[in-house]
Design a protein around this ligand. Sequence first.
Ligand SMILES: Nc1nc2c(ncn2[C@@H]2O[C@H](COP(=O)(O)OP(=O)(O)OP(=O)(O)O)[C@@H](O)[C@H]2O)c(=O)[nH]1
Ligand SMILES: [Mg+2]
Length: 354
Amino acid sequence: MALSIGIVGLPNVGKSTLFTALTRKGGLAANYPFATIDPNVGIVDVPDDRLQVLADIVRPGRIVPATVEFVDIAGLVRGASEGEGLGNQFLANIRETDAICEVVRFFSDPDVIRHESSLDPASDMDTIQTELVLADLGTLERAIPKLEKETRRDKANASRLAIAQRLQGWLNEGNRAADLDMTEEERVAAHDLFLLTMKPILYVANVDEGALDAELPAINGAEIVPISAKVEAELAELDPEEAAEFLADLGLAQSGLATLAQAAYRLLGLQSYFTAGEMEVKAWTIPVGTKAPQAAGVIHSDFERGFIKAQVCSYDDYVALGGEQGCKNAGRLRMEGKEYVVQDGDVMHFMFNV
Ligand SMILES: Nc1nc2c(ncn2[C@@H]2O[C@H](COP(=O)(O)OP(=O)(O)OP(=O)(O)O)[C@@H](O)[C@H]2O)c(=O)[nH]1
Ligand SMILES: [Mg+2]
């Protein structure tokens, strides 16, 4: 299952421009079929230069990158929870995503009209936070009576009700659900409420072309990734060589989309390991700290259930020693068991028995 990210922001800040650039890029990428489930959902490759390096060694039939699913929705405005603008019904489309990416307008183009509730980045971010919090309060208002009923029927539900009530108080003070002090167990219960402010959030500053290399100060304590949606839209039209040239002209090492995908990985504490064979070289997404059996389970639940051991080569060794045989000859091919914590870039081969 691909990691999924919902895009939010005020109207006219460049959400759809960025989304279109993202998905067009995905459409061009070599092997993953760009799957549009509906017009507002796009699956995008996570750029990772290491895949090509591995492919140059293994010469596989294909390269399969990790993917991220982006969901584009209409702009939120101040008062959306009370039906202003298009209201906030479409927030339902992003309730089940893993994270939220908020696009904030930094570009100056006077031809692009600012929505009346848009002033400057800091206040725009406050507006969106308020609307997300209000949407969550609406969710809780519907969930709590149900949980009360369930608790009357079965006392085992009391803890779920209690965390919902605590969250309600916390959100009423304007806070994000994720910032509430919760036990691991409460977090799991809270997760079932599908609150938007429970999700990790990533801020994208949609900046002017000329401001791409400028350092952005943290706003409201949040790290913010500068991207030009306009540049990304142009890049998405180019073939790879032209795109590289264009990026070089702008003084950039990689596209904003690559930066965005990487930032999402970092935010969510994710990393990749690889499988490399004749058929394919493939990146698999796992949370940092995942042990070998669970990492195997990302490929197939049987791999986890019947896990015996994993043959592991670090990415650096694999590349330096020219592949699996080279690692073996140099004694750098390791056999690891159930407790092995998979490292970013590990080239893995699982042995299992079901
Ligand atoms: N100059 C400039 N214009 C941009 C940039 N990004 C988007 N625009 C323009 O801003 C307008 C709105 O862009 P959209 O991507 O449709 O904005 P949106 O956030 O999806 O808006 P809603 O769907 O209405 O909420 C379009 O005319 C874009 O061409 C940018 O980086 N620079
Ligand atoms: Mg849009």
